[in-house]
Design a binder for this molecule. Structure first.
Ligand code: KIV
Length: 306
């Protein structure tokens, strides 16, 4: 392929310069909303960069939306690495953050701390500009260790999909004043440990607003209301491309959509329609047509016939 599309040309009030960790902190100070999305492959990352998205997260939601696992727990470092490398090739402007998969967010005293550092370093060597870790105050030492190794860390608190079994399902967190206080404590501990931003997932807007006001670092919300410094969605949710596990013989492409998801397109239907049409054209012999077929040079086919 030739040249890369120039990023952010027509996107609303988005400066054309490279997004960096310090520029995100400045965005908070200037009250500029941060636009974040997930991506897992090359073509979508090129499109996201072109659209002026500020932060692209190679989320472990790849487990669900790309690899078809039921939770995010099974996704491996190798699977995440494949996605990261593809996304890296597509980005020029956006800050690229890679999610540490389940099992890498343990605290510094645990034997896994060496492992988390190694995983984060391998992400950085393959083009990540920051890593994300799910977990609150108990992960602060881990965040500190990474920050001290010059690895920018994005925290992630509230509804943490990697803790689905501990939470007893995907449940909104911080609905009571005591749990809201705990979330604030988590947020402050992660900031003090050196996190440069914080994802707030699945928490009431009032709680997200309080945390956002108390922190110097930007908060990026998903299901956390509009008071956060930025918003993130899983790309496949926004595109209408998230599909439930397949059931043979049933065309069930509809799954339960979380309340916070806004579908801006229905790519599932578009792909389904296109593939059904292709199948019909192949079966009826109308694809490929003459226009879609190569011919030998003039006079050559007669020679074969002779
Ligand atoms: O894995 C992911 O996609 C995420 C975002 C939803 C924040 O963690």
């Amino acid at each position: 392929m030739s040249s890369h599309p120039s990023p952010a040309e027509n996107s609303t009030q988005r400066p054309a310069g490279k997004v960096t960790v310090p520029s995100l902190i400045k965005a908070k100070q200037r009250n500029e909303k941060i636009v974040a999305l997930t991506a897992y492959d090359y073509p979508t990352s090129v499109i996201l960069d072109h659209a002026g998205v500020d932060v692209v997260l190679v989320g472990d939601s790849a487990a669900n939306v790309v690899f078809g696992y039921e939770t995010t727990l099974p996704v491996s470092l190798d699977e995440m690495m494949l996605c990261l490398k593809a996304v890296r090739r597509g980005l020029r402007r956006a800050l690229l953050v890679a999610d540490l998969p389940f099992g890498y967010g343990l605290n510094a005293e645990s034997p896994a701390s060496e492992e988390v550092l190694k995983a984060a370093i391998s992400f950085m060597k393959n083009g990540a500009e920051a890593v994300k870790i799910e977990g609150g105050i108990q992960h602060a030492d881990q965040v500190k260790a990474l920050a001290q190794a010059n690895i920018p860390v994005m925290g992630h608190i509230g509804l943490m999909p990697q803790s689905v079994h501990a939470m007893g399902g995907y449940r909104v967190q911080g609905k009571t004043s005591s749990s809201a206080d705990e979330l604030l404590e988590d947020a402050l501990a992660l900031e003090a440990a050196g996190a440069f931003s914080l994802v707030l997932e699945g928490i009431p807007e009032e709680v997200a607003e309080r945390i956002t006001e108390k922190l110097q670092i930007p908060t990026i919300g998903i299901g956390a209301g509009e008071k956060c410094d930025g918003q993130i969605l899983v790309l496949h949710d926004l595109l209408g491309l998230t599909v439930p596990p397949p059931v043979l013989g049933q065309g069930a492409l509809k799954g339960r959509k979380p309340r916070f998801v806004r579908e801006y397109a229905n790519v599932k239907e578009t792909i389904l329609g296109a593939v059904q049409e292709y199948a019909k054209d192949v079966r009826t012999g109308t694809f490929p047509s003459d226009k879609e077929t190569y011919r030998m040079s003039e006079g050559e086919s007669e020679k074969i016939a002779q």
